[in-house]
Design a protein around this ligand. Structure first.
Ligand code: 7TS
Length: 403
C-alpha cells in the first residue's frame, strides 16, 4: 500500500487552497511539485555553500565544486551511465535535444539523410530536428502512430533504411502516456548504423532507467519533472559520441587554451558546459533523486496506475466525455467533452481547485492525428490520492452539467 497522503504532506505547495478549495494538483506531467527536502537543499546552498564552481581558490568554491560533481555522480549512478563524463548539465530536456541537434546532427548530416521522428513527440523532439534538417539538407520523416496511440513499429521498420542517421522518440509520451518500444527501436536502428535519441522527460519519473542496458546513444530529461527545480536537466550521451562532437556554446570552462591564433577545447563534460552552471539546481536535483529513490518504486507505479484506471472508469460513465489514447499503466489520462472547448473545462475545474492541463500539450501533430484542437490532461505523481480522483471526477461531472 503506497501512502500518498504521507508523501503529499511533504509538499508545501499542496497544502494551499486555490479559489477557496483544496488544491488538487493533477499537472505533474507539466512539472512536479517539490518536497520540503528539495526546497531546503536549495535554501541551504544559497545560505551556506554558494560559490562559483571549477574556478577560484577558496574553501567555498572547493566545497561547491565538490557538491556539484557529487550531483553529477548521483545522476551517473541513477541512470546507469558508464562514466560521469557522459553526464552533461543542461537547462532541461529541450536544451539537451537542441544541443544534440546542433552538434552531433549538424556535424553529421548531409543532403538526403533522414531523421526518423515519432508522430506523438513533444515539439521539443520535433522542431530541433526540423531546424537541423533545414540547415543540412537532411529530411525529417514521421514515424506514424497506430489508431490506439501506440508507436507503429511495423511502419518504423519499413521506413528505416540506410538513409536514416538518427531516430528520435520519447521513452513515454506526454499526452497519452504511451510507453514507446525504445529497446526494439534501438536494436533495429543500430543494425543500420543509426543513433537513437531518447527523450526521457516523462520516462525518467515513471520507470527505472539504465542507459547502458538500454544501449541508448543519447537520453535526455528535465529535473523539474523529477521533483527538482526548473532550470536543470541532463543530457546523457555515449562517451565516444560526445568526444567526437563539436562544442555547443563557447565561453569559460569549455576551453583548454584561448588565443586569437586559435582555441583548443576542454575535455568532457566541461566541453559542453560553457559559463556558470546552475549549481544550486544540480545539488537540488541530487536531493530529489535521493528522495525519489527512497520511495517503493513498484508500489508507487502500481498506485499511480490505479489512480489513472479509476479516473478512466469514472470519466467514461459521464455523458459526452471521450477519453483519448488511453494506455494501461500510464501516469496520464487525456479526454475531451464533446461540444465544449478544452480550456473552458480546465477553467471550470480550476474554479474548483483542480489543476489540469488543457491545450495541445506541445504536440500539434498528435492533436491533428486525433482530430482535436486540444485535450484536457490529468497527470499523476507520488503525492496524488484517490480523493484527488474523486474530486476530479465530481468537477468534470459538474462541468458536463454546466456547459
Ligand atoms: C515528452 C517531453 N519532452 C520534452 C519536454 C520539454 O521539457 P522541458 O524542456 O523541461 O520543458 C516535455 C515537457 N512537457 C510538458 C511541459 O508542459 N506540459 C507538458 O506536457 C515532454 O513532456
Amino acid at each position: 500500500m503506497f501512502d500518498a497522503k504521507h508523501i503529499a504532506a511533504q509538499f508545501p505547495a499542496l497544502q494551499q487552497q486555490v479559489n477557496g478549495q483544496r488544491l488538487v494538483y493533477l499537472d505533474s506531467a507539466a512539472t512536479t511539485q517539490k518536497p520540503q527536502c528539495v526546497i531546503d537543499a536549495l535554501s541551504h546552498y544559497y545560505q551556506q555553500q554558494n560559490a562559483n564552481v571549477h574556478r577560484g581558490s577558496h574553501s567555498l568554491t572547493a566545497h561547491a565544486t565538490s557538491e556539484f560533481e557529487r550531483a553529477r555522480e548521483t545522476v551517473t549512478e541513477f541512470i546507469g551511465a558508464q562514466s560521469s563524463k557522459e553526464i552533461i548539465w543542461t537547462r532541461g530536456a529541450t536544451e539537451a535535444l537542441n544541443l544534440i541537434a546542433q552538434t552531433y546532427a549538424r556535424n553529421l548530416l548531409r543532403p538526403g539523410d533522414e531523421i526518423l521522428v515519432g508522430e506523438m513527440e513533444h515539439h521539443a523532439n520535433v522542431v530541433p530536428w526540423q531546424i537541423v534538417a533545414e540547415q543540412t539538407g537532411a529530411k525529417v520523416v514521421k514515424i506514424p502512430m497506430t489508431q490506439e496511440c501506440q508507436f507503429d513499429l511495423a511502419s518504423f521498420n519499413r521506413l528505416l533504411t540506410d538513409k536514416c542517421k538518427i531516430v528520435a522518440l520519447a521513452h513515454i509520451t506526454n499526452v497519452t502516456g504511451t510507453r514507446q518500444p525504445v529497446e526494439e527501436v534501438i536494436a533495429s536502428a543500430h543494425k543500420l548504423g543509426a543513433v537513437v535519441v531518447v527523450d526521457g522527460a516523462q520516462g525518467i519519473v515513471h520507470e527505472p532507467v539504465d542507459v547502458t542496458q538500454l544501449n541508448a546513444d543519447f537520453y535526455v530529461f528535465s529535473g523539474h519533472k523529477l521533483y527538482a527545480p526548473a532550470g536543470v536537466g541532463v543530457l546523457y550521451g555515449k562517451q565516444a559520441l560526445l568526444e567526437a562532437m563539436p562544442p555547443w556554446h563557447g565561453g569559460g570552462k569549455m576551453v583548454e587554451k584561448v588565443s586569437f591564433a586559435g582555441t583548443t577545447f576542454g575535455e568532457l563534460p566541461g566541453k559542453f558546459e560553457a559559463g556558470t552552471p546552475n549549481v544550486a539546481g544540480a545539488i537540488a536535483l541530487m536531493k530529489a533523486i535521493q528522495w525519489y529513490q527512497g520511495l517503493d518504486q513498484h508500489a508507487l507505479a502500481t498506485h499511480i496506475h490505479q489512480l489513472v484506471e479509476k479516473t478512466k472508469t469514472a470519466l467514461e460513465q459521464l455523458d459526452d466525455v471521450r477519453i483519448l489514447g488511453y494506455q494501461p499503466n500510464a501516469s496520464v489520462i487525456s479526454f475531451v467533452i464533446d461540444g465544449v472547448h478544452h480550456q473552458d473545462v480546465a477553467t471550470l475545474l480550476d474554479q474548483q481547485g483542480i489543476a489540469v492541463r488543457a491545450g495541445n500539450h506541445c504536440a500539434h501533430p498528435l492533436m491533428d492525428a486525433l482530430g482535436v484542437t486540444g485535450t484536457i490532461r490529468a497527470s499523476f505523481a507520488a503525492y496524488n490520492t484517490i480523493e484527488d480522483v474523486e474530486s476530479l471526477v465530481a468537477a468534470v461531472e459538474k462541468a458536463v452539467d454546466m456547459l
